[in-house]
Design a protein around this ligand. Structure first.
Ligand code: TRP
Length: 345
């Protein structure tokens, strides 16, 4: 395969059921990138341990995410499970030792999540949550990834990863780590069905999102009860209708979209009809994914084992990086006995 030289890497936390917003906002793009680039995609189970967890739930969520990603079209050979590659945490430790405490304290995601934990009685804010972005930097740098497809919310973490890479290169007078950049792509905004001024999210509750593998009947009910008119007589398209039209635009037939948009603009659109068109589109689209998922589930253990196998292959790259890093920072005897991997005297 003729691949461009960029190394793409992105990761997702195993959070359970994936929804349409996750798919259209990220995973669909990951799938496409596989055709052109060398891609690494990780399920970051160590990151999932930074918030309160329960072991059975974690196990279930990990397995579910691996299967779901493959059902979406992520090739198993591009997929790894973070905890199968312990070099991530080892590099995380080394990088943590060159990361200023102050810079980590300024991470807004840490501030938001720790505030959230404080509001839940009895939950402590852990060191893992604090050093989360260092492990994330290790995930990226260990494969020398230079393009990282992420959402805007990860921009600060990526900036930190770049700073860590630069600091490492400067401190050890080497040009070792590639400086990773965010890869932002134009993505459709998918809003909550029940509260269309908010982003589609599972934490808002079941009626707010469409699960990617949800049953037809449930999808139809959710779309039927979606908020569709809240725009008043301002002459503007209401957020709910805009969201439904947006889904049609992204996943449906262009001619149906054009027709319904024109009707809306001239004030003739019956929302029942819009919802029916959206339901049909979603049901058709998700049924393909559901079928693929079902076939993977027929042999669940074997399907999941494919990712364990590919993790071992991908691990070889991580091992090589670790050997080089250990050498650069002075942890191995290699430097005295052999020419340094990087040719540094
Ligand atoms: N922090 C990311 C998120 O919550 C997940 C993540 C972990 C990640 N490691 C990564 C994303 C490396 C990109 C690259 O979405």
């Amino acid at each position: 395969m003729n691949r461009k030289k960029e190394q793409i890497l992105s990761c997702i936390q195993p959070t359970g059921e994936m929804h349409l917003g996750n798919f259209l906002g990220a995973i669909q793009n990951w799938v496409k990138l596989q055709n052109e680039y060398h891609c690494y995609y990780g399920v970051v189970d160590y990151h999932a341990m930074t918030m309160p967890l329960e072991s059975n739930m974690l196990r279930q969520n990990i397995n579910r995410m691996l299967i779901d990603l493959m059902a979406c079209g992520i090739q198993p050979e591009n997929l790894f499970l973070q905890s199968q590659i312990p070099e991530h945490t080892e590099l995380g430790w080394i990088l943590g030792c060159i990361t200023p405490f102050g810079e980590l304290s300024r991470q807004t995601q840490f501030k938001d999540k720790s505030q959230h934990l404080e509001e839940i009685k009895g939950q402590s804010i852990t060191c893992g949550l604090f050093t989360y972005p260092v492990l994330q930097a290790a995930d990226i740098l260990i494969y020398h990834a230079n393009q990282v497809p992420v959402g805007k919310d990860q921009e600060q973490h990526l900036e930190l990863a770049r700073n860590i890479a630069e600091r490492f290169n400067k401190l050890f007078k080497c040009d070792y780590f590639a400086l990773p950049e965010c890869l932002f792509t134009e993505i459709p905004k998918v809003m909550s069905l029940a509260d269309p001024i908010k982003k589609m999210s599972k934490s808002l509750g079941a009626k707010h999102y469409i699960g990617l593998f949800e049953e037809e009947g449930i999808i139809r009910t959710k779309v039927k009860t979606a908020v569709s008119s809240a725009g008043g007589n301002s002459g503007k398209i209401s957020p709910g209708v805009e969201n439904l039209l947006g889904l049609l635009h992204t996943l449906g037939s262009p001619s149906v979209y054009d027709e319904l948009l024109n009707e809306e603009l001239s004030g003739r659109l019956r929302y029942e009809r819009l919802k029916e068109a959206v339901s049909d589109t979603l049901v058709e689209f998700t049924s393909r994914l559901r079928n693929k998922r079902e076939s993977l589930m027929e042999n669940e253990v074997e399907s999941i084992e494919r990712v364990y196998d590919s993790s071992q292959v991908i691990r070889q790259v991580a091992k090589q990086t670790l050997a080089e890093v250990r050498d650069i920072v002075g942890l191995s005897v290699m430097r005295q006995t052999k020419t340094n991997f990087m040719g540094i005297k």
